[in-house]
Design a protein around this ligand. Sequence first.
Ligand code: UDP
Ligand code: MG
Length: 320
Amino acid sequence: MINRPQISVIAPVYNEIQSLPELVHRVQTVLDQIGMSWELLLVDDGSTDGSTELILRLATENQHIRPVIFARNFGHQLAVTAGLDYSHGNAVIIMDADLQDPPEVIKDLIEKWKEGYEVVYAVRTEREGESWFKLATASLFYRLIYRITDVKIPLDSGDFRLLDRSVVEVLKQMRERHRFLRGMSVWVGFKQTGVPYRRAARFAGKTKYPFRKMFKFAFDAITSFSYLPLQIATYLGFVSAGISILAIPVVVLLRQSGSQAFFGQATTLIAVLFLGGVQLISLGILGEYIGRIYDEAKGRPLYIVRYPINQENGQKQKEV
Ligand code: UDP
Ligand code: MG
């Protein structure tokens, strides 16, 4: 029999051994104050620093903690997805394990939920302890996504949010591999609202999102919600075809009037290189989309869980 708590908190964990005890302590304090039943799902995304063992130990000491241990690193978004899959709460809260999303904000999220909102996202009004580069790229990213996609993702809101069970059930049916959860949770509709908060600095350790991962994440976000990159190739095609058609009479006239403009190899070379470049970029963009279709076509599981084993089916759990 599954005990259905009122609130599930999901935290994806990737090498956060130093933050975990503090995270558990603060979440516990806040939720005990609120006085609702709760569970904390710690999804270990293939940690190598001993976080896995710590999570399993914390779970034996604290009955609120439910560990989900991945077989390897699958990435932040999939760790959160697993959390959603394994959660039982009537409201589910997603937050980072590094305490950048202060657990105290959970109170505000739950208050809005009680007012009847089904998605309550936390909007960061300030961010502490982050490099100017991260701030600038993040700000640019949110504004770009807002401009080019059809889903109006609220500016400066991350994955820190509360989702009602009805929304979680819809999200659980969306099994796309390259996922941008904050876009997906807007796409589903429902009654949504925001709550402002100050994003704290990391409690300990370094960011697990180096530039390479950030770039991939941005690309996943764009490709899952927009065809604009594909359309850009079409626009470029029309523009360069248009320019060349206009250029023909111009060059003929110039030649007849004895001008030496656009004469010689350099002009040809530049035109060929330019078009070659545009074509390769277009092919690359096409490739990105096709690669994603290929990934979906393979239909592999989104993530592999090492522990708990088939807990949902009531089968025996692996011994800790
Ligand atoms: N994370 C994860 N898998 C990864 C990278 C990160 O589960 O491959 C977790 C990480 O432990 C943290 C959250 O995702 O709880 C956000 O990551 P991070 O704090 O490094 O990102 P930032 O806040 O710097 O954008
Ligand atoms: Mg962080």
